[in-house]
Design a protein around this ligand. Structure first.
Ligand SMILES: [Zn+2]
Ligand SMILES: [Zn+2]
Length: 216
């Protein structure tokens, strides 16, 4: 699976396009530049056939309605984050003054832990990693892990937003992500790529105790 990264919008969101021999591509966490995402995928890669969401925060989902309308791609998200997705329009308006038409937002499938998504000859495994949001997931393919806002290079996702849970977040990272192996490359929702090995060795937040992190 080839992975194309676009860093878009005022929050520098990493939007990933997954392309292989299959006739359609997968977009992960599409936001901010609706037309660019559709034109670029169709013009240079493969048309989008599936929208996968690591979680339901608006900065990861803003382009979902547009892409859905233009391509008919299905929307897949964990059920515990589906309600966030339904609120992106009011968030976009209140925080950024952007109008997102919300018609036609219908989730076709709820992602479940350990499920395997088959796409052409490739497989993507869903790993439920709650903590940043209750329905946050990571996507594993070969030696690549898309981590959304769960794990960043040198940091972790916020746990103080609605639905966040710090204890759960660190548990997800330590029990579900780190054991995948040091050689796994991580592609976060914001910021540069890293590896699990790098984060295990150098991510200071992962070395802190719950008391030091203020988690009681
Ligand atoms: Zn988020
Ligand atoms: Zn984010």
């Amino acid at each position: 699976m080839e992975i194309i990264t676009w860093t878009l919008g005022p929050m520098a969101n990493n939007v990933y396009l997954l392309v292989n021999d299959y006739e359609k591509s997968i977009v992960v966490d599409p936001a901010w530049e609706d037309e660019f995402i559709v034109q670029e995928s169709e013009g240079k890669h493969k048309p989008i056939g599936l929208i996968l969401l690591t979680h339901g925060h608006f900065d990861h989902c803003l382009s979902v309605p547009y892409i859905k309308e233009k391509t008919g791609a299905e929307i897949w998200i964990h059920e515990k984050d589906e309600e966030y997705l339904q609120r992106i329009s009011e968030k976009a308006r209140s925080e950024f003054g952007i109008d997102i038409p919300m018609k036609d937002i219908k989730v076709e499938k709820n992602l479940t832990d350990s499920e395997i998504i088959k796409w052409g000859d490739d497989e993507i495994k869903v790993i439920h990693t709650p903590g940043h949001t209750p329905g946050g997931v990571c996507f594993l393919m070969d030696k690549i892990l898309i981590t959304g806002d769960t794990l960043f290079a040198g940091s972790v996702g916020r746990w103080d937003l609605t639905g966040g849970d710090g204890k759960q977040l660190f548990k997800s990272i330590k029990e579900r992500i780190l054991p995948l192996g040091d050689d796994i490359k991580i592609y976060p929702g914001h910021g540069p790529e890293s590896t699990i090995g790098n984060e295990r060795k150098h991510n200071q937040l992962l070395k802190m105790s719950e008391a030091e992190l203020g988690l009681y």
